[in-house]
Design a protein around this ligand. Structure first.
Ligand SMILES: [Zn+2]
Ligand SMILES: [Zn+2]
Length: 206
């Protein structure tokens, strides 16, 4: 016996009475279930306020009600490389037997192995949450070839000018550049060794 009764008013709970118990009878069910608690991972989830579309086939079998079909939804998260918002359509195949109370399956399995038909109701939520979560990317990306952020300035490289980079001066040359100004430094940097001790004004082009 299960201690808690299913809430017949929950949008995740279906009444299977009309399906009947004759093995082989089935019924297609399509519904959009509103999401009140996020479904998914910390990095990407179907947010509260979203919805999950269920396209199901409920089939009466000897041991219970076999639910098969798909759950699909739009998950929202953040690109793991560039932190841009990411929206991804996720879809999961569902296949689960809800055992009739008193069936052999009911008597030979634990409640946490297989769900049960309770008071002619089945609760789709645990099944959908498990399968949709498994279908979500562990590392969401805005695109497969996302370049991420510049390690120097943090700009998103996809938004930066092509070839975005920073001139990183060797600290020794940076000090020289400061001392002599920037004019003519290109020449000095190409032949730094010989110029180091010479008067920079002599090596200046012009
Ligand atoms: Zn990205
Ligand atoms: Zn940068």
């Amino acid at each position: 016996m299960t201690a808690t009764h299913l809430n017949p008013n929950s949008p995740w709970v279906l009444d299977v009475r009309t399906l009947g118990r004759r093995p082989g009878s089935y019924k297609p069910v399509t519904l959009d279930v509103p999401v009140d608690e996020p479904i998914g991972l910390p990095v990407i989830a179907v947010p509260a306020g979203g919805s999950v579309r269920l396209a199901l086939r409920l089939e009466s079998v000897t041991e219970g009600v076999l639910v098969s079909g798909t759950a699909s939804a739009t998950a929202e998260g953040e690109c793991a490389r560039c932190l841009e918002p990411v929206k991804e359509n996720v879809s999961a195949k569902l296949r689960e037997l809800y055992a009739y109370p008193g069936s052999t399956t009911d008597e030979t399995t634990d409640d946490d192995e297989l769900p049960r038909v309770q008071d002619d109701l089945i609760d789709l939520r645990p099944l959908v949450v498990d399968e949709l979560t498994l279908a979500m990317p562990m590392v969401p990306l805005c695109s497969d070839d996302c370049l991420g952020l510049c390690s120097e300035c943090g700009v998103r490289l996809a938004d930066a000018e092509p070839g975005h980079s920073h001139e990183i001066l060797d600290p020794r040359w940076a000090a020289l550049a400061e001392k002599f100004g920037t004019e003519g430094n290109a020449a000095e940097q190409q032949t730094p060794r010989s110029d180091r001790d010479s008067d920079p004004s002599r090596t200046r082009p012009e």
